[in-house]
Design a protein around this ligand. Sequence first.
Ligand code: DHB
Length: 368
Amino acid sequence: AAQDNAFKIGLILPMTGQQATTGRQIEAAAKLYMQLNGDTVAGKKVQLIVKDDTSLPDVTRRLAQELVVNEKVNVLAGFGITPSATATAPIATQSKTPEVVMAAATSSITEASPYIVRTSFTLPQASVALADWAPKNGIKKVVTLVSDYGPGIDAEKFFKERLQFNGGQVVESLRVPLRNPDFAPFLQKVRDLKPDALFVFVPSGAGAAVMKQFIERGMDKAGIKMIGTGDVTDDDQLNDIGDGALGVVTSHHYSAAHPSAMNKKFVADFKKANKGLRPNFMAVGGYDGMRVIYEALKKTGGNGGGDALLAAMKGQIFESPRGPVYIDAQTRDIVQNIYLRKVQRKDGELYNVEFDVIKDVKDPGKSK
Ligand code: DHB
């Protein structure tokens, strides 16, 4: 029967609500991967089942349960925010279904289930490089501003520890709510504190709001620089922010301006398939997640269950549009280059232009 021949990927994403850009980017990237690589792998017909969890973890968990029990999916994938990824972990463990985390980035996620494999990044991975760069570039006194949940707390902790180790100082750590944040009172506080820089982590899709308010309040003119992980200068929104973003330095694993042949082709293909939309780091996490699933399916010949697929995901080494990566077989987390980038104008558009690289960075947040 046609059913027996199906290989089902349950892709759970925030398609509506505050994190909808993440869902749109990852769905588009997954579909592009399938368009370029076909939907028949090892004799199986790959079927993508997209579900909208509106970024509410209770909804993610219910959808994951339904996908496993009713649809009998072979793989669960997506997960726009950390609470959605961790809410699904017990289902992955109980049903022995690989859970490919394509977006969420709190360090501890991979420890929530032995069936989790990650193709996004971790906030400790991205933050430490910036804390090495800052004090060498005149930034000694910093205020941190993060979204008050897993990835923000990771970013705050790892940036601060490394900056202090390097002789810098975090004079205040501010946390804003994840849902409907009002940045104004926090930015006022930063203005009064007059640090050399404000370090920011907000999730993908929220960066433009912070940056616009930062610029409107004349913080940069008051001598306060903005720095952060690349989530704040997200390729999906960078052009909307405008020239006020010029010169902002961030550290991250992906820029649409990454100058490799593979990335140039990826960006061109993605734009062509999506009415000119520029891919961001979420798209790359989705594209590479599909690669990890496809290669695992090939390697198992379409015969194995969840355990065989998981084993075939561990240790994969490949070139991503972001650069060379591998899935660490012990931690099931991605090891990748972290780039320092500066917002510059290129061909009439704003880009995060890479100017330095730290190679093969493992997640510094792993306890084991
Ligand atoms: C997470 C979400 C994001 O949009 C992002 O840019 C980084 C981390 C998260 O919830 O883990």
